[in-house]
Design a protein around this ligand. Structure first.
Ligand SMILES: [Mn+2]
Length: 213
């Protein structure tokens, strides 16, 4: 599939970004919104590498990212700052979000669990994470947790200025987080792919009936 209007604007929606603080150093030599889903991701947090590779692949985003930080403390700063940095790179590549579809959703099953992601790139930050697994323990994996994943997604959404609603469902009694988060990051990639696609009917206009976002 070729995103509509993509061919013409490929070069425009590709950027690089860098974020350096005393706690973390994040380098994004490439973010191409109109890519093939190829990525080289090195965050020093193995599970996050895996999730961002799935996000890039199912989003058709080309992403190169290299990050390090004060993980001797824990993974909190690095995890959150990578969310902020990728969001800043998307913001830079989208510029005024001219001509994009803007609102999209995706639902992805992963064996016995599923995730639903709703997005509106509206310049209005809002985040909801709903687990329909009330009272069921979702086991964290080595070095990462559901809490870190929520932190990452919330930082990304609020920084990019978008509404992001995520709902996870299904699963047996106690399931490890791996399958839930695979479904979440695949659906997130697919929904971002649709929301950032250019719609020729918009003719490069800012996608809002108000004329501004
Ligand atoms: Mn996996």
């Amino acid at each position: 599939m070729v995103k509509s209007g993509k061919k013409e604007s490929k070069a425009q929606r590709s950027t690089s970004y860098e974020r350096k603080t005393k706690e973390t150093q994040i380098d994004i030599p490439l973010l191409n919104i109109d890519g093939k889903g190829e990525s080289r991701i090195k965050t020093r947090i193995g599970f996050l590498d895996h999730m961002l590779t799935l996000f890039a692949y199912h989003g058709f985003f080309d992403i190169e990212l290299n990050a390090e930080g004060d993980t001797h403390v824990d993974n909190h700063h690095l995890n959150e700052d990578i969310g902020l940095a990728i969001a800043d790179a998307f913001k830079k590549a989208l510029a005024e979000s001219r001509g994009i579809v803007r609102i999209a959703s995706a639902e992805v099953p992963m064996d016995m669990v599923s995730a639903k992601v709703l997005i509106d790139i509206s310049n209005r930050p809002a985040f909801r994470f709903i687990s329909k697994r009330e009272g069921v323990e979702i086991k964290d994996s080595e070095g990462y947790s559901m809490h870190y994943a929520v932190d990452f997604l919330e930082s990304f959404a609020k920084r990019l200025g978008m509404n992001l609603h995520i709902e996870i469902n299904g699963g047996a009694s106690d399931v490890d987080m791996h399958h839930y988060l695979e479904a979440v990051f695949k659906a997130f990639g697919m929904a971002m792919d649709k929301a950032t696609a250019l719609d020729p009917r918009r003719e490069g206009e800012v996608p809002s009936s108000k004329g501004i976002l």
